[in-house]
Every structure is written in structure tokens, then in C-alpha cells.
Write a protein that binds this ligand. Structure first.
Ligand code: SAH
Length: 216
């Protein structure tokens, strides 16, 4: 492979691996075919972009495994008119995929550097429907609430109250829950007319949701 140009075979293998891990939704697969994961990685790691593995990014964080990105996106059931909130911008890869499926995406990270770098990639790709913000995402984004969909890509012990409150009735939130050093569960929360429905999807492992703004 030369630079960031992906040959057809590498892309085919990438999509095949996603399908074999259960990512079968056509819209999700099309979005993942379109968004080049290498653009969100630096140096030598960019060459490993099409492996189904998490990889290091700046600020000691990680870009998630592509099949997990696919399964989470699929579980979120994003529709073209949706307003989506993502907590944990990281590299920006997940947000870029959501941007292909939704009307508008808000993404929040506690590290300013990650938000700035992700915004640079969105701009270079001509993606104009993502707003990236530096803040503690546990509090959500009250001024844009309610959201049709909320996705957390960092693990909380429980679903944060402010995020539950910012979910529209009928809306869906997907998040990893559990302690950071043990196996966590990916759960899907649906807001009902009264209360919430909780569904456990699969075991996962994510970096923890941390309070406050990051110093880097
Ligand atoms: N979705 C990312 C991967 C996220 S890694 C991608 O596609 O690359 C998890 C991210 O959550 C990290 O960047 C970390 O800084 C961020 N994070 C952790 N706690 C947070 C909080 N309270 N508010 C906002 N972001 C947080």
C-alpha cells in the first residue's frame, strides 16, 4: 500500500472482515467504505488502518476497533433526519461515520488537541455537518438537546443522568458501561414515554469516561 491510497483488495478485505463480525447494515457498510480510517491515524499506525484492531492516537487514547465501530453504529439505528451526540471524539473516525448517516453530529472530547485535530480531518474531507467541542461530555450539550441518538465511546459506570435527560422520547443511546479495568457491557437504552428500556448487547472494552477537561 502506498501512502493513504487504499487498493481495492485491501478495502474488500476490510469490508469482508466487518461483515464476518456481524456488521450487515447496508447504510453502515457504505459509510465505512466511504470514510478512510487511515486519515484519522498518524505515522506508522496509518498503515495498519484496515486491520480490525484498536490503535493508539494522541493524548494516550485509542481509535476503536472498526468492527466495534460498525456494531455500535448499527445498534444506534441512525436515520437521515437525526441529530446525534457523540461523547468521546478521539480521532474523529466514529463521528465521520455518523456524519454520513445523520443530518447533524455534535461530538465532544475532553482533550482540546483531539478536537482540533479531528476538526482538521473533517475539513480536509469536506465534511460540514459535524460540530466538535472541547468539554466534559458527561454533561451532554443542553443547548442542542433533545437528541435523537446519543453514542458514548468511553465507558461510564452507569449511564450519565444528564445524557439520559437529553435523549428525545423514542430516542436511543448506546454506551459501554462498567469499571474501566474489567470487561464492560455495551448497552442500548431507549427512552420510552415513561422511563427507559435497557438492553445488553455484548462485552466490550473502552477507555474510561473521565471527569473534567484534559491537560494536554
Ligand atoms: N470515538 C473515538 C474513540 C474514542 S476513545 C474515535 O472514533 O476515534 C475515548 C475518548 O473519550 C477519548 O478521546 C477521551 O479523551 C474521551 N473522553 C473520556 N472522558 C470524557 C468526557 N468526560 N468527556 C468527553 N470526552 C471524554
Amino acid at each position: 500500500m502506498s501512502g493513504r491510497v487504499t487498493d481495492a483488495q485491501t478495502k474488500m478485505q476490510f469490508l469482508f472482515a466487518l461483515r464476518s463480525k456481524g456488521v450487515t447494515n447496508a447504510r453502515v457498510l457504505t459509510a465505512m467504505e466511504r470514510i478512510d480510517r487511515a486519515a484519522f491515524l498518524r505515522g506508522l499506525f496509518a498503515e495498519r488502518a484496515y486491520e480490525d484492531t484498536p490503535l493508539p492516537i494522541a493524548c494516550g487514547q485509542t481509535i476503536s476497533q472498526p468492527s466495534v465501530v460498525g456494531l455500535m453504529t448499527q445498534a444506534l439505528d441512525v436515520q437521515p433526519r437525526h441529530k446525534v451526540l457523540e461523547i468521546g471524539t478521539g480521532s474523529g473516525y466514529q463521528a465521520a461515520i455518523l456524519s454520513q448517516l445523520a443530518r447533524r453530529v455534535y461530538t465532544i472530547d475532553r482533550f482540546k488537541r483531539l478536537v482540533t485535530e479531528a476538526q482538521g480531518v473533517f475539513d480536509a474531507m469536506g465534511i460540514a455537518n459535524i460540530t466538535a467541542i472541547t468539554a466534559d461530555g458527561s454533561f451532554g450539550l443542553a443547548e442542542q438537546a433533545p437528541f435523537d441518538r446519543i453514542l458514548l465511546t468511553a465507558a461510564a459506570e452507569d449511564p450519565p443522568g444528564p445524557l439520559l435527560a437529553q435523549l428525545r422520547t423514542g430516542g436511543i443511546m448506546v454506551l459501554p458501561v462498567g469499571q474501566s479495568d474489567t470487561v464492560q457491557s455495551l448497552i442500548r437504552v431507549t427512552r420510552l414515554e415513561k422511563g427507559f428500556d435497557y438492553e445488553e448487547l455484548r462485552p466490550v472494552r473502552f477507555v474510561p469516561l473521565i471527569e473534567g477537561i484534559g491537560q494536554d
